[in-house]
Design a binder for this molecule. Structure first.
Ligand SMILES: Cc1cc2nc3c(=O)[nH]c(=O)nc-3n(C[C@H](O)[C@H](O)[C@H](O)COP(=O)(O)OP(=O)(O)OC[C@H]3O[C@@H](n4cnc5c(N)ncnc54)[C@H](O)[C@@H]3O)c2cc1C
Length: 337
């Protein structure tokens, strides 16, 4: 690991000022991803600006949602009683990830910006366009069982690794930012980019922008939301396929129809994947198995498998249908109570 300077920020404005002043500065959350990458010399910051003492609260918003500070640990979000009651999929998504020790260190801001687990990205002897633009992509013809079937390009097939982000994509969260030009907000689903020809550009953040908070809007149907993660081991493994889902039924119609739905996928795409196509097929349609299958097929119609991951298409299809079926059962029970 190369030598670097360290600065502990006392407030968000000062953190941004420091980042502007120093070329090659990076914000430091829990360090559970950044420090690993520094050890491998994939990341080589000149200075770390520690932001773990900032934005450590979870507050109610006037709109009836929650504002989660970027410095809140993953463990604290997962354990928060309001999150567990009103947004259970977020709590569950976090608890399927990493280990208790890592969740105690990792922050919300760092989780959003954690980098891919593609082995070729980590291996500085391999070719990787994300690490070194123009170098090529060894994953395309290499060991690509864990790679993306959605949102990929000829330059990059790396998946986004975060579980928390899949839940936030489904919840229509908003990301609050502070940069040299002041504050702004981004829809969570606009934060991460598909790689296209520039896989090194992973987000829509502007230079030196700091994530200060993630806002969860009020969403009544989220009380019956769930997150399911399918992986090679029962714990301590990244998703092969994961599904975040919630469903609202309209039982007043003659055929019980799907009034509203949120669906997002992890483990299969280059960014946390909101299943917009599937949702469009589901809304207003009868809550039948045929509808669910048509929705899953619509989402996966553009899937492009690599040599080692074609199984993800059928796996994603089955998990989507199974999860939506269960959410419909849950919604019926919710309607009765
Ligand atoms: C063994 C292992 C297993 C794991 N398994 C899983 C898993 O199954 N599922 C999963 O989702 N994750 C998993 N993770 C990843 C883990 O969730 C991330 O490492 C963690 O969330 C990163 O948070 P952090 O605060 O430590 O970020 P850091 O490592 O401190 O930072 C990550 C990035 O975010 C930037 N950053 C941090 N805070 C801010 C901010 N406020 N504003 C702007 N930029 C910021 C940093 O500059 C850096 O680029 C695993 C990690 C390990 C080591």
């Amino acid at each position: 690991m190369r030598a670097f300077d360290y600065h502990q920020a006392v407030d968000s404005g000062q953190a941004v000022e420091q980042a502007v002043r120093r070329d090659g500065a990076k914000y430091l959350g829990g360090g559970t991803n950044l420090v690993d990458l520094m050890r491998e010399t994939v990341e080589r910051p000149e200075m770390l600006i520690d932001v773990t003492a900032l934005s450590r609260d979870i507050d109610e918003t006037d709109a009836g949602g929650l504002m989660i500070g970027a410095g809140v640990t993953n463990a604290a979000v997962a354990g928060d009683a309001r999150v567990r009651l009103r947004y259970p999929l977020l709590s569950r998504a976090i608890l399927t990830g990493a280990s208790a020790q890592i969740r105690n260190m990792a922050t919300v801001g760092g989780n959003l910006l954690q980098r891919t687990r593609c082995a070729y990205f980590y291996d500085v002897a391999a070719s990787c366009n994300k690490r070194e633009p123009g170098a090529g992509c060894d994953a395309r013809e290499g060991f690509n069982r864990y790679h993306a079937i959605l949102g990929a390009s000829s330059s990059c097939v790396a998946t986004h690794p975060s579980d928390m982000c899949v839940a936030l994509a489904a919840l229509d969260a908003r990301v609050h930012l502070l940069g040299p030009e002041g504050e702004r907000e981004l829809a969570f689903n606009d934060l991460h980019r598909e790689p296209g020809e520039r896989p090194e550009l992973e987000t829509e953040l502007r230079p030196e922008e700091l994530i200060t908070a993630v806002e969860l809007p009020p969403l009544p149907m989220a009380v019956r939301s769930e997150y399911r993660k399918v992986r090679d081991r029962a714990s301590y493994a990244f998703a092969l396929v994961s599904v975040a889902s919630m469903v609202e039924l309209d039982s007043n119609t003659e055929d019980e129809t799907i009034a509203d739905v949120r669906l997002a996928l992890g483990g299969v795409a280059t960014k946390p994947w909101r299943a917009w196509q599937a949702e469009a097929v589901l809304r207003g349609q009868p809550a039948t198995e045929e509808t669910l299958a048509a929705a899953a097929d619509a989402e996966l119609a553009v899937a492009e498998p690599l040599s080692g991951n074609a199984f993800k298409i059928e796996l994603a299809r089955r998990v989507m249908i199974a999860e939506l079926s269960q959410r419909i059962v849950d919604a019926r029970k919710g309607g009765e109570s």
